[in-house]
Write a protein that binds this ligand. Structure first.
Ligand SMILES: [Zn+2]
Length: 311
């Protein structure tokens, strides 16, 4: 394949064309795997629970992209301890030149995956892999790059995947995908590794608890402890995670949900949790502007209370 010549091309051209080929990325990729991924995903990998179509969901884009590479390497690695990152297939994954990893990329001004590109790529699902045991299809940021027609096109292939195909999707927000496709994906949460014992997360927990408290001043009291917008952004990230966990534990999917999330899911309907999520995501965006912290906190308080206590 033409990709092979890539390794022999001049370094300066290589780095221009493929910014991913740089030693820093490899280092950070390895560090990420060693410190986080291998432990974080150990259950799925050791117990062989990986399905044929997975969705890696997380708020941090870099983590999502890294995790996609991690699972790509896992699928094609030839070593016992997968992914080893030392064998040839692993190196090819890190350098984005493995012939069995098919990335379906968005294009055009709208930055979406074109239907014809998708169809063209999916034809390869019927052809046996070149070097590896599996062919891997990767669609990054699927919640933003896949329109509804593309998601519908994917349904059939994802629904009846052959054992030698792995689909890897990433998304910031899985709920933005159609329920039909989402229900066929194994959702792997990348946020669960966030530190739920930090000071910020404890404050977020108190705020989340106060949303459903009978004492209506409690929520404002807790929100008023936030000192600045940077802290508010962090707190809102945790609240978003609690709400997301609450949503999951209210559905069929059982998750190792926190106590706070369980309480929220018991007290609130799915619709209310979704509304709270909307408010939280919008507030998170607002908190990154110059808006006054106290003003925004008061606004969040009013919105939260209205949603959780409306008749
Ligand atoms: Zn390997």
């Amino acid at each position: 394949m033409s990709e092979y010549n890539f390794e022999n091309s001049k370094p300066q051209i290589k780095s221009e064309l493929k910014p991913n080929i740089n030693p820093d990325l490899k280092k950070s990729f390895e560090a990420n795997i060693k410190t986080r991924f291998k432990t974080h995903f150990s259950d799925i990998l050791n117990k062989n629970l990986l399905q044929n179509a997975i969705l890696l969901e997380g708020t941090d884009k870099e983590t999502r992209d890294m995790a996609a590479k991690f699972f790509s390497a896992y699928a094609v690695c030839k070593s016992e301890q997968k992914p080893c990152l030392d064998c040839n297939p692993c190196k090819k994954v890190i350098n984005d030149i493995h012939p069995d990893i098919i990335k379906i990329n968005p294009s055009g001004a709208a930055n979406i995956v074109k239907l014809k590109d998708l169809r063209e790529a999916l034809k390869k699902a019927d052809i046996a892999p070149n070097e590896a045991d599996k062919k891997v299809f990767v669609i990054l940021d699927a919640d933003k790059t896949l329109r509804e027609d593309s998601q519908n096109t994917l349904l059939k292939t994802v629904e009846e995947p052959t054992s030698d195909v792995l689909f890897i999707f990433t998304a910031e927000n899985s709920l933005a995908l159609l329920p039909t496709i989402l229900s066929r994906l194994q959702v792997i949460n990348l946020n669960a590794s966030i530190d739920f014992d930090s000071e910020t997360s404890l404050l977020a927990q108190k705020i989340a608890d106060a949303i459903i408290s009978i004492n209506e001043y409690e929520l404002l009291l807790e929100l008023n402890k936030i000192k600045n917008n940077a802290q508010l952004t962090e707190v809102l990230k945790f609240i978003e995670e609690y709400l997301r966990l609450a949503l999951l534990s209210s559905g069929k999917q059982k998750s190792s949900s926190s106590f706070t999330a369980q309480k929220l899911s018991k007290k609130l309907t799915k619709e209310r949790i979704l509304s709270l999520l909307d408010v939280t995501r919008q507030a998170k965006l607002d908190s990154k502007t110059n808006i006054d912290t106290k003003l925004l906190c008061t606004f969040i308080c009013t919105k939260y209370r209205r949603i959780s206590w409306q008749k």
